[in-house]
Design a protein around this ligand. Structure first.
Ligand code: AMP
Length: 286
């Protein structure tokens, strides 16, 4: 595996590979890799001749009060894990090279970005869509892989790719979880031992909701009451949102149906965790 740090070099390498008829898969990440990221890389490995993963803590998707400076970073460990997952080129650009003096463009997806995490984190999705669009231009992948853990992000990226006719197939893959069901996330590293013990409340709440739907409950308020009660049992947990919406439009629905997804954002202490589940499927934890 090679580490490529310059934008121009990455783009030139990708162009040359494409001229040679090689296909490229891209896995964009912010690093501090875990098994969730590696599952995307393993699938990318199967889908193209060349596998590129990026590690870039993108400043424009963090709000001024958010954790850009403290976001966990460990490039050496990331490089070892990425190499083990079959990555050919690890793209690790500098902020100044991605956003040079005079940078003036943003990609905005409306509607989908105004609800849920978009409401709690103004500007976040514009940062995401702009950087992903840039990565598509630099790496020129035929296929890009994203986690369903960031359900709204995946919906927004699908919308952008469709709307801008970007020639990239977007693949969404299932959430990889810890043995107790907590969705893997680089931000889990922030949790104290006491907070970590409370974090499985999210998966418990998703399981309670799915179980209620399985026994015939369709009333959104009653399902959400189960969810809120479960989360509220944890002393340090504060719900940011608990919403049941249509999985495509992300609009809240009055009744649970086959397209309904339960999306959760919960603060435990200073750490904001997200998780989600399609309500008609059973929650599958290891
Ligand atoms: P991040 O480094 O958090 O920006 O995530 C990079 C990619 O990994 C995104 O597509 C995420 O949705 C995906 N991802 C993060 N956590 C998980 C997980 N637990 N399971 C599957 N994919 C994940």
């Amino acid at each position: 595996m090679e580490i490529i740090t310059r934008v121009a070099e990455m783009q030139a390498r990708a162009s040359a590979a494409k001229k040679n008829g090689q296909s490229i898969a891209l896995v964009p990440t912010m690093g501090f890799l875990h098994q969730g990221h590696l599952s995307l890389m393993q699938e990318g490995r199967r889908r193209a001749d060349l596998l590129v993963a990026s590690v870039f803590v993108n400043p424009t998707q963090f709000g001024p009060q958010e954790d850009f400076a403290s976001y966990p970073r460990d490039l050496q460990r990331d490089a070892e894990l990425a190499a083990g997952a079959g990555v050919d080129w690890l793209f690790v650009p500098e902020v100044d090279d991605m956003y040079p003096q005079g940078f003036a463009t943003a990609v905005t997806v409306s509607g989908l970005t105004e609800v849920l995490c978009g409401a709690s984190r103004p500007g976040h999705f514009q940062g995401v869509t702009t950087v992903v669009c840039k990565l598509f231009g630099i790496v020129q992948p035929q296929v890009a892989l994203f986690g369903r853990k960031d359900f709204q992000q995946l919906a927004v990226i699908r919308r952008m790719t469709l709307d801008l006719n970007l020639p990239v197939e977007i693949i969404g893959l299932p959430t990889v979880r810890e043995p107790d069901g907590l969705a893997m996330s680089s931000r889990n590293a922030y949790l104290s031992a006491a907070e970590r013990r409370q974090a499985p409340a999210l998966i418990d709440a998703l399981q309670l909701a799915s179980a209620a739907v399985k026994t015939g409950e369709r009333n959104v308020e009653r399902v959400l009451a189960l969810v809120r009660n479960r989360i509220d049992r944890e002393p340090d947990a504060v719900i940011d949102y608990a919403v049941i919406c249509n999985g495509t439009t992300l609009q809240a629905v009055p009744e649970v149906d086959g397209d309904s997804v339960l999306l959760l954002a919960v603060r435990i202490g200073r750490t904001r965790l997200i998780d989600n589940h399609t309500l008609f499927e059973e929650v599958d934890i290891p």
